[in-house]
Design a protein around this ligand. Sequence first.
Ligand code: NIG
Ligand code: FE
Length: 421
Amino acid sequence: MADLLLIDIGTLAGITTPGKLKLAGKEMASLGQINHAYLYIKNGLIDSFGSMETLPLDLQSNTSVEQINCQGRFVLPCYVDSHTHIVFARTREEEFEMRIKGKSYEEIAEAGGGILNSARRTHEMSEEELFQQALGRLNEVISYGTGAIEIKSGYGLSVEDELKMLRVIQRIKEVSPIPVKATFLGAHAFPLAYTQNRKGYIQIIIDEMLPKISALSLADYMDVFCDQGFFTPEETTQLLLAAKGFGLKPKIHGNELGYSGGVQTAVQNNALSVDHLEYTGEQEIACLLNSDTMPVALPGCSFFLGIPYAPLRKMIDAGLPVCLASDYNPGSTPNGRMGFVVSLACTQMKLTPEEALNAATLNGAYALELSHQLGSIEIGKLGNVMITKPMENLAQIPYFFGSDRTYKTIVRGEVFKEINC
Ligand code: NIG
Ligand code: FE
């Protein structure tokens, strides 16, 4: 928790009206900005900001407050990455090569690869090694500008290994300088031994996993992969109702592989978010319009798997809020750079840079129930901001695709330095 004064900011962007928790439809097009600005973070929280002409003289001359002269660089709120799987054991290049040669993600999964492949490797890896690897990924994404993150389990698929993953996430929470939310994703796939006994695995989740996770307070949310070849809408609803009994709010992986009913199931269960949405039509849009469920797109997954992109342009034009997240995982998206996600949203989904940045910041915070605290420049919010490399305008963030414009990430008023433990 530090004090920090940023002066000579070229443009301070991402300023919202106090109390605004998400942006929808046309609202997404504007990103509040002040040119030639200052930003003062006190005790880790945004205390004041404005144009340089309004910077109080006593603050500028206060030698006990660390100052950074931004020399005309941009300052924006950090990205909020509301969907990741950064606790995983080993990468899956062999499947990547199988897909290059023509196999689909589903075919690989049906043959025991995919999520089940990661589950076998998670079982074999020690908790300490899983932790160290996840910590490395956390360090990496914070340095690219991520200022809050969600992490899912879901590569355990047994009582013992789901708990192991959630304990690793808990340890990450304890050492992370940025807020972390933990999501239980035991319903990510059916383990091989239960493919003919789906009810049996669902009962293990409900009767064994959920009570233990709840007793140890290891999760904030419950997620289910409600999609073709994975969990049905009925199974998803059964699981989410049980989770609610343990105080876990729902999130859903849905409509990645087909019109699976994932969106309707999410809305019926008042899910906080429904994520993926590559298969979203008029019915799904109409359903989301009557809800508080945040639609979350994961364009890195579409890019890597070569599947359709979620129709975010249509969704915004229909008046919906939309959110962008990385989905960083070893199978469908081995990349956690939110700058690249923003770029894909512009080039592939036709969002403007302002819409994409709002989707990756304030609306990401909403999907984690953190938008009162993060996701925009507002007095009282956490001082988690990024200073960019020299840029001419905001559009250069998505324009230089794959090449982050982040120069320094500030976390609670301190320049981020790698966490080691
Ligand atoms: O969000 N689609 C489901 N789960 C992950 C991928 C998991 C994996 O392939 O390891 C996703 O893309
Ligand atoms: Fe995912």
